[in-house]
Design a protein. Structure first.
Length: 184
């Protein structure tokens, strides 16, 4: 009887795992994993490789240097420069190229992509039209990201953003004035 209970428990666990996975690949084959790796390299892996680490480091440095404390203290400014070039740059490089991030991305893709999905996509990108599509898509992504960054940097100048800020002040400040103040 004990073996029967063990088999039922194991079967219930297996069923719970399969049901919990939903559309995910319940058990992945080496062929599936190879296809997933190739898909990753062409999509998210490619995007990670295109990240402008130097640009991110510079944006961090500029943000830190814009603080009054950094402007008032040359030694702090020098320390910020060194930190952004070394520790910050290394930290973001290590993060974006970490096995943990890649594993998370692959796990998310496993939930959505079947082996048939991957094979269809990979068969398409192996055709002349697919190769051209992939090249144009990857180049477009770089350009779109640049445009979005530029627009984000200019966002506070836009009439819509200015209107939103005015709305925020008129709606939130009166409420803030009614809130109890912390007495320290």
């Amino acid at each position: 009887m004990s073996n029967f209970k063990g088999m039922v428990s194991a079967g219930a666990l297996a069923l719970a795992i399969v049901v919990g996975l939903g559309n995910a690949q319940a058990a992945t084959s080496p062929k599936y994993e190879a296809a997933l790796e190739r898909y990753y390299a062409m999509t998210y892996g490619h995007q990670i490789e295109q990240l402008g680490i130097d640009e991110l480091s510079e944006k961090f440095r500029e943000g830190a240097m814009s603080k009054p404390e950094a402007k008032a203290c040359p030694a702090l400014g020098k320390a910020i420069d060194e930190f952004s070039k070394n520790e910050f740059r290394k930290a973001i490089t290590d993060y974006f190229h970490s096995p943990e991030l890649k594993a998370q991305i692959l796990a998310a893709m496993r939930k959505q992509l079947t082996e048939a999905d991957l094979n269809a996509y990979l068969a398409f990108v192996d055709t002349p039209a697919g190769k051209q599509y992939l090249q144009h898509s990857q180049a477009s992504n770089v350009e779109v990201e640049k445009a979005m960054t530029e627009m984000t940097d200019k966002m506070d100048e836009s009439p819509a953003f200015k209107a939103m800020m005015t709305d925020m002040v008129t709606k939130l400040v009166p409420v803030m004035m009614t809130c109890p103040r912390d007495k320290k």
